[in-house]
Design a protein around this ligand. Structure first.
Ligand code: FES
Length: 106
């Protein structure tokens, strides 16, 4: 095991997790309501501002406990911000709120 906390803290200011969980059954899941499209929108927004993987990393994740039939769940860490019902169209406003219009807050 390698403990790499300090290295990662020095490199990254935030980590965006986008739920893309897919499940069979009656309960809503982000995989059925655009999770992958939200992930793509997040990465594009950050790339356009040269913030992708330099200041902000992005990962898909399993269920965040915010399941909805109206959109995807997203969390930003370590800021401890949580969103549900996110659509790709919501991503610019969400990320501008978190990081500023040009990602200068990261
Ligand atoms: S399936 Fe995405 S939050 Fe539960």
């Amino acid at each position: 095991m390698n403990e790499r906390t300090a290295e990662h803290r020095d490199r990254l200011d935030a980590h965006v997790f986008v739920c893309t969980n897919d499940r069979d059954g009656e309960h809503a899941c982000c995989g059925d309501v655009g999770g992958e499209a939200v992930e793509t929108a997040v990465k594009e927004w950050l790339r356009e501002r040269d913030a992708f993987w330099t200041a902000v990393s992005v990962s898909t994740t399993s269920c965040l406990g915010l399941c909805s039939e109206n959109g995807t769940a997203v969390t930003i860490q370590p800021q401890n911000e949580w969103y549900s019902d996110v659509s790709p169209e919501d991503v610019p406003r969400l990320l501008e709120t978190a990081f500023g219009p040009d990602a200068s807050l990261v």
